[in-house]
Design a protein around this ligand. Structure first.
Ligand code: PEP
Length: 259
C-alpha cells in the first residue's frame, strides 16, 4: 500500500514571521500524524525559519523549485545542495506556474528531476493539461508528453524514488477541482505509463498526488480514489486548520486502506 502524502505549496506567500506562525500552528495541530506523510514547501526566504520550527517534528520540508546545477553563475537561483543544507528533503519540479510564467521547458524539468535525485532528495514532478487542452481532447497527450520528457533517461530505480502530481492547470487556484473520476482516469493513465517506463512493480509503488483546488470539503472524495495517493495543496495550505483537516482525511484513508 502506498502511504498517502499531503504537500502544502505556499507559493509566494508569507514573510518569515508569517511562515513561522503558520508552521507552528501546523506542527502543533499535527503532533503525531499517523498513516500519512506531510510536507510543507514555503518560499525560499522562509526555509531556514520553517526548518527550525519543524525541529524534530515528523513534518518534512520541501522547496517549490530548484536549479539543476549544484553551483554557478545563475543569478537568483537556488541549487539542490543549498536546499539540502536547509534540511529540505523534497522539491516540486515543473509546477505549471513555473512552466507558464518562467517558461520552464520539459528538458530543463528533466535536468531538475535528475539533479534532485542525484542529491538524494525526492522530486515531485508536476504534470497537467490546460482547460483548452482538455476541451480539445488533448489531456492524455499533454500529460504523457510531460511525463515522458520529465522522466527521460531515468532508470527504473530512479523512477521509483519520484513522486508525481497530476495538477490540471484549469483546477489550480480556481476553486474548480477535477472530479474524483477525472483525477482517477488521468492518474490511472500515468500509472500505466510508469509501468512501461519502469516496471509494473515500480509503477505500483510510485505515489501520484492530485492537485487543484483541494480543500477539506472535497478531499474525502478525491482521496478515496485508489489512484489518488495524496494531495498537493496550494491555497488551502495557507490556513493551518484547513491544511490539518486535509491531512487528517488523508490519514484516515491511509489507515483504513482502499478497496
Ligand atoms: C498548486 O499550486 O499546486 C495548487 C494545487 O493550488 P490550489 O490548491 O490553490 O489550487
Amino acid at each position: 500500500m502506498r502511504t498517502p502524502l499531503v504537500i502544502g505549496n505556499w507559493k509566494m506567500h508569507g514573510t518569515v514571521v508569517e511562515a513561522r506562525a503558520l508552521t507552528t500552528a501546523i506542527r502543533d495541530g499535527l503532533k503525531r500524524p499517523r498513516g500519512v506523510q506531510v510536507v510543507v514547501c514555503p518560499p525560499f526566504t522562509a526555509l531556514a525559519a520553517v526548518s527550525e520550527v519543524l525541529g524534530g517534528s515528523p513534518i518534512q520540508l520541501g522547496a517549490q523549485t530548484c536549479h539543476h546545477e549544484p553551483a554557478g553563475a545563475h543569478t537568483g537561483e537556488v541549487s539542490v545542495p543549498m536546499l539540502a543544507e536547509l534540511t529540505c528533503r523534497w522539491t516540486l519540479v515543473g509546477h505549471s506556474e513555473r512552466r507558464k510564467e518562467i517558461g520552464e521547458s520539459d528538458e530543463v524539468i528533466n535536468l531538475k528531476v535528475r539533479a534532485v535525485l542525484s542529491h538524494g532528495l525526492t522530486p515531485v514532478l508536476c504534470v497537467g493539461e490546460t482547460g483548452d487542452e482538455r476541451r480539445q481532447g488533448l489531456t492524455f497527450n499533454t500529460v504523457e508528453g510531460q511525463l515522458r520528457a520529465g522522466l527521460a533517461g531515468l532508470a527504473g530505480e530512479q523512477i521509483a524514488k519520484t513522486v508525481l502530481a497530476y495538477e490540471p492547470v484549469w483546477a489550480i487556484g480556481t476553486g474548480a477541482n477535477a472530479t474524483p473520476a477525472q483525477a482517477a482516469e488521468v492518474q490511472g493513465y500515468l500509472r500505466g505509463l510508469l509501468s512501461e517506463l519502469a516496471s509494473k512493480e515500480i509503477a505500483q509503488t510510485v505515489r501520484i498526488l492530485y492537485g487543484g483546488s483541494v480543500k477539506a470539503e472535497n478531499a474525502d472524495a478525491l482521496l478515496a480514489e485508489p489512484e489518488v495517493d495524496g494531495a498537493l495543496v496550494g491555497g488551502a495550505s495557507l490556513n493551518a486548520q484547513a491544511f490539518i483537516g486535509i491531512v487528517r482525511k488523508a490519514a484516515r484513508v491511509g489507515t483504513a486502506g482502499k478497496e
